[in-house]
Design a protein around this ligand. Structure first.
Ligand SMILES: O=c1ccn([C@@H]2O[C@H](COP(=O)(O)O)[C@@H](O)[C@H]2O)c(=O)[nH]1
Length: 243
């Protein structure tokens, strides 16, 4: 997706599947370099826990000079605390933010209200993380959740969307089931994406960019296949060209 096709508000559904580059580094200068390099080929850039904890909230504004920011801090706390965190990050609103769907309906409702109250029309999209893409069925069972990732993703998706989430974070394996269950409206933002032949690393539920886009994803979140490449701009361009 080119910069010109970013819709307004910044998080409205894109007209076709695009790439979000995950800038996972503790070094803000490095992250700025990556953001500048990949900007022509991606729709958004993702600031996650590693960068935010190292560089602080100011990094969101800095990185946002290159592309709209997806702030992936995965809030999970009591409703009052999450609402406060959402208000804090809305001082300079990112385009999208995450919380854990497992935090429950009251937490998600509080987050949505806080975003509306503090940022109005500029509010970020509220995305609920369902089951982390690093979980296999066996890993999920260890946490006490039986039935497998697909069932848990659907359960948390239903809860999150009815509590006011604008979209969901899921793995490539659940995208088509979520579309069947909830239609076209929810934003589906999908990590665990790996170009053919690239290392899965700690990701358990993976698929290629082409497969994930064909299943109905709106955004593919891709980190190491871009940032660990000798030429991140070329890696991002190659992936974007397949969509
Ligand atoms: O379930 C989830 C939720 C978030 N992520 C984040 O996406 C990127 C993926 O990076 P890769 O290097 O492409 O694996 C990373 O920042 C995660 O924090 C996720 O992977 N899974």
């Amino acid at each position: 997706m080119s910069a010109a096709s970013i819709p307004s508000p910044l998080w409205a559904k894109p007209n076709r599947c695009g790439v979000i580059a995950a800038l996972d580094t503790p070094d803000p200068a490095r992250a700025m370099g990556w953001a500048a390099a990949v900007a022509p080929h991606v729709g958004l850039v993702k600031v996650g826990l590693e960068l935010f904890c190292a560089a602080g909230p100011a990094v969101v504004q800095q990185i946002g000079q290159h592309r709209p920011v997806f702030l992936d801090l995965k809030f999970h706390d009591i409703p009052n605390t999450v609402a406060g965190a959402v208000r804090s990050v809305c001082a300079h609103p990112p385009a999208m933010l995450t919380l854990h769907g497992g935090g429950g309906g009251a937490m998600i409702e509080a987050a949505r209200r806080a975003a509306e109250d503090s940022a109005g029309a500029q509010r970020p999209a509220i995305l609920a993380v369902t089951v982390l893409t690093s979980f296999s069925a066996a890993g999920l069972a260890e946490t006490g959740v039986s039935g497998g990732p697909a069932q848990q993703v659907l359960r948390l998706a239903r809860l999150a969307l009815s509590a006011g989430a604008d979209g969901l974070v899921c793995s490539p394996h659940e995208v088509s089931r979520l579309r069947d269950a909830f239609g076209d409206a929810p934003l589906l933002v999908v990590p665990g994406v790996r170009p053919a032949g690239s290392d899965a690393g700690d990701q358990a539920r993976v698929a290629t960019p082409e497969e994930t886009a064909a299943a109905g994803a709106d955004w593919l979140v891709i980190g190491r296949p871009i940032t660990a490449s000798a030429d991140p701009a070329a890696a991002a361009a190659r992936i974007a060209a397949t969509l």
